[in-house]
Design a protein around this ligand. Structure first.
Ligand SMILES: *Cc1c(COP(=O)(O)O)cnc(C)c1O
Length: 384
């Protein structure tokens, strides 16, 4: 957290990166009532609120099924298991993403095969996928990074031509639209995370799988719950990966506010677009077929580290999502990639900066950030 030095610059107002208490304050009573109802019923595991939230979230996404799990990581892992993906199989995904997109592929025993991002949308570049397909490829896993959907139509076309599954890492994209259809409904199965700072966040770890496929839904229902649908009858592989009823109750309340929160994020993004337009930073591109939900608002600049430092001095919190591309993370060294393999992802990692973004970000907060970026550009222009 940024240290706001008391008294040093009292006229400067800091801007937090996210503001969960502002997000929850107006719905506090609703949330507490929903949690109290679970406490009163005592159905803490796979209770009424879990079933209700699953049905509401499936309708929201436009899918037939939703299965609550304990995290986005588990959602991805259980999707892979439900489709029978394991040792000897390859899953194609993108080098410009978070650890938890890629690690579940290894956890099931399969091999992640990375491709580079497209420099404009910063998602998997559909033109680079075909050359990564081998006889062992089983699936393609695009990520809707920062809440902007990946270009799913060409990916589906390639997958159909090669007999592959398509999954979505929709962990940053609750509510975003691709050609009018919701993230989560664009593939064979999709994973969402409800980590607290996501566009739809629980009060702890939580996630969900959505799918239209009833067999996959049944398999995930068993996988998440000890390989069992009927108590004490264990039919197959099992794990303890259930969504807590209390978390589902919180999420059920917050889901009703998701569209409003996403709209507020889009408004904040449009303030940024206006306020930063003339400055020496690259702003996020929006494809004409996309309605993004701005999980993050990520600009690019050659002077990223110095800019982040200058903003920090004014109490403006920023982040880097992510500072090291997947193939250069020590954890994925065994995949055998090298620096230079995915130049777009590598360049992004050095240039990207996530500015404060949340549903309660006011126009005046954006003005504070934009002033700081402008002052930085003016002073750094004289030295560079
Ligand atoms: C948050 C996130 C995940 C993992 O979600 P958890 O709930 O934290 O396990 C996976 N992929 C992406 C892109 C994410 O942002």
């Amino acid at each position: 957290m940024t240290d706001l030095k008391a008294g040093s610059s009292s006229e400067l107002k800091g801007v937090p990166f996210v503001d969960l208490s502002a997000e929850h304050q107006p719905i506090n009573d609703e949330i507490r009532a929903a949690v109290n109802a679970v406490i009163d019923r005592g159905d803490f595991i796979l209770g009424e609120a879990t079933a209700r939230f699953e049905s509401d979230f499936a309708s929201y996404c436009g899918t037939a099924h939703a299965l609550g799990v304990d995290s986005g990581f588990s959602a991805l892992e259980l999707i892979l298991r439900a489709f029978g993906i394991g040792p000897g199989d390859e899953v194609i995904t993108v080098a410009n993403t978070f650890y938890s997109t890629v690690r579940p592929i290894e956890v099931v025993g399969a091999t992640p095969v990375l491709v580079d991002a497209d420099p404009e949308l910063r998602n998997i570049d559909p033109n680079l996928i075909e050359s990564a397909i081998t006889a062992s490829t089983k699936a393609i896993l695009p990520v809707h990074l920062y809440g902007h959907p990946a270009d799913m139509a060409p990916i589906r076309e390639l997958a159909d031509a090669h007999g592959l599954h398509v999954f979505e890492d929709a962990c940053q994209a609750h509510g975003s639209l691709y050609r009018g259809a919701r993230a989560g409904s664009l593939s064979d199965a999709a994973a969402f995370s409800f980590y607290p700072s996501k566009n739809l966040g629980a009060f702890g770890d939580a996630g969900i799988v959505v799918t239209d496929n009833p067999d996959v839904a049944d398999r995930i229902r068993a996988l998440r719950n000890l390989g069992s649908v009927v108590k004490y009858q264990h039919e197959g592989d099992g794990f303890n990966r259930r969504l807590d009823t209390i978390q589902a109750a919180v999420l059920g309340v917050k889901l009703r506010h998701l569209d409003g929160h996403n709209q507020a994020r889009r408004e904040a993004a449009s303030y940024y677009r206006d306020a930063l337009a003339e400055l020496d930073v690259a702003l996020p591109t929006v494809a004409e077929w996309a309605e993004p939900v701005y999980h993050l608002y990520v600009i690019e600049t050659a002077n990223r580290d110095a800019l982040a430092h200058a903003l920090g001095e004014r109490g403006i919190q920023t982040g880097i999502h992510y500072p090291v591309a997947i193939h250069l993370q020590p954890a994925f060294r065994s995949l055998g990639y090298q620096a230079g393999d995915f130049p777009v992802s590598e360049e992004l990692a050095g240039r990207i900066l996530s500015l404060p973004m949340h549903p309660n970000l006011a126009c005046s907060d954006v003005a504070v950030v934009a002033d700081a970026v402008r002052d930085f550009s003016t002073t750094s222009a004289t030295v560079s």
